[in-house]
Design a protein around this ligand. Structure first.
Ligand SMILES: CC(C)(COP(=O)(O)OP(=O)(O)OC[C@H]1O[C@@H](n2cnc3c(N)ncnc32)[C@H](O)[C@@H]1OP(=O)(O)O)[C@@H](O)C(=O)NCCC(=O)NCCS
Length: 243
């Protein structure tokens, strides 16, 4: 019984809310095509804040829906998973969360900064994982490629005599400023800020801040270009077509 109550407390704000949110998702969460999208655009307003029309594909899983806000024109692709306890998840107008992306606040330790905020017209690519225990703030027009991991949490491991799982966590938060592009497979570690219009190369492991208007690559990520002091030639100058 204790285990059951613990489980329920980690799925929704209260038992009535758990029943309503689960029932709604069980009833219409699976319905495919535009019919399902239309059903969910209407009915899901009863369990979470939606500022306008949204497109939620079938197979999207939402927990603590009362802590979620979706802006106008937000798209949640099949398999996206949002767990918003308790700091909340807010997704701005016209932002897209692609297939199998995981937005996970999942915090039961009263962490003050937990939550995930995504601005307008941003893209969270397929299979990205955002762990928002320390707070993740993503600006407008930010692109995350596929399989990017944004990990705003670390385990404490300073005491060699105790299991790391019993030493607590730290959670400082990660910011990605407007216009940045994070290449596929990059991993951003807790405490970093990615500056405005910065580029993080595919597969980079970012352990320190990346300044605005710079390109950082590798593990650990190092700045290899300042886009203002050392601008990149436009691809068209090399005969590469830009779409
Ligand atoms: C970073 C990137 C944008 C290229 O930027 P760039 O300024 O044109 O970089 P260059 O190609 O001139 O490379 C500069 C140096 O960084 C290295 N480099 C480039 N990308 C790298 C990467 N992802 N990892 C490690 N090193 C990389 C290059 O080998 C080069 O090193 P060198 O000077 O020793 O030869 C590109 O390599 C990249 O990673 N793109 C992401 C692709 C992606 O994720 N697409 C999904 C779409 S959302």
């Amino acid at each position: 019984m204790k285990q059951l109550l613990l489980y329920l407390s980690r799925q929704a704000d209260s038992l009535p809310r758990y029943i309503c949110e689960q029932l709604l998702q069980a009833l219409i969460g699976w319905v495919p095509t535009v019919v399902g999208i239309a059903l969910r655009a209407g009915a899901y307003r009863t369990m979470m804040r939606m500022d306008g029309a949204t497109a939620i594909e079938d197979g999207v899983r939402i927990r603590f829906a009362s802590h979620v806000r979706l802006g106008r024109g937000v798209y949640l692709d099949h398999g996206a998973y949002l767990h918003a306890c308790p700091g909340g998840i807010s997704i701005g107008d016209e932002s897209l969360v692609m297939k199998n992306a995981i937005l996970h606040v999942y915090n039961f330790r009263d962490l003050p900064k937990s939550g995930i905020r995504i601005g307008r017209r941003s893209l969270i690519g397929e299979g990205c994982i955002l762990r928002g225990q320390g707070g993740i703030s993503i600006g407008d027009d930010v692109y995350l490629g596929t399989l990017v991991q944004v990990l705003a949490v670390n385990h404490v491991f300073s005491d060699p005599t105790r299991p790391i799982s019993q030493q607590g966590i730290t959670a400082e938060g990660i910011q990605i400023e407007d216009g940045a592009w994070i290449g596929s497979g990059a991993i951003l570690l807790d405490g970093v800020t990615i500056g405005r219009n910065a580029v993080v190369g595919a597969g980079a492991v970012v352990t320190k801040d990346v300044p605005a208007y710079s390109v950082a690559v590798g593990n650990p990520a190092r700045v290899v270009r300042d886009l203002k002091a050392n601008p990149l030639a436009h691809p068209a100058e090399r005969g590469v077509v830009v779409y």
